[in-house]
Design a protein. Structure first.
Length: 115
């Protein structure tokens, strides 16, 4: 069993930065990809960024150039560095860890970008 806990969300002004964290516990040795998603009330879940087990990364068009996904292996922690935040980035952000068979989700961390 794998347990994910996100943190780092909060209220920031446009143009500011946040770093979200996703800490994994359990047997994560054979994970395939870690994905950050976001969702706002009443809207579809939106893919934000992906990092693979061999550190290949990919970003949505809205995240490209502003967000960076990374990981700290010894800490079993993944990060989403978000810079130049915009009001449209307001959402609850979720991390998802995918294995060959199973996928695990965190509980989400809310981000609000507002002046």
């Amino acid at each position: 069993q794998v347990h994910l806990v996100e943190s780092g969300g909060g209220l920031v002004q446009p143009g500011e930065s946040l770093r979200l964290s996703c800490v994994a516990s359990g047997n994560i040795f054979n994970f395939r990809t870690m994905i950050w998603y976001r969702q706002t009330l009443g809207k579809e879940r939106e893919w934000v960024a992906t990092i693979t087990s061999d550190d290949n990364t990919a970003y949505s068009d809205s995240a490209k150039g502003r967000f960076t996904i990374s990981r700290d292996n010894p800490k079993n922690t993944w990060y989403l560095q978000m810079n130049s935040l915009k009001p449209e980035d307001t959402a609850t952000y979720y991390c998802s860890l995918r294995f060959v068979i199973n996928t695990y989700w965190g509980q989400g961390t809310p981000v609000t970008v507002s002046s």
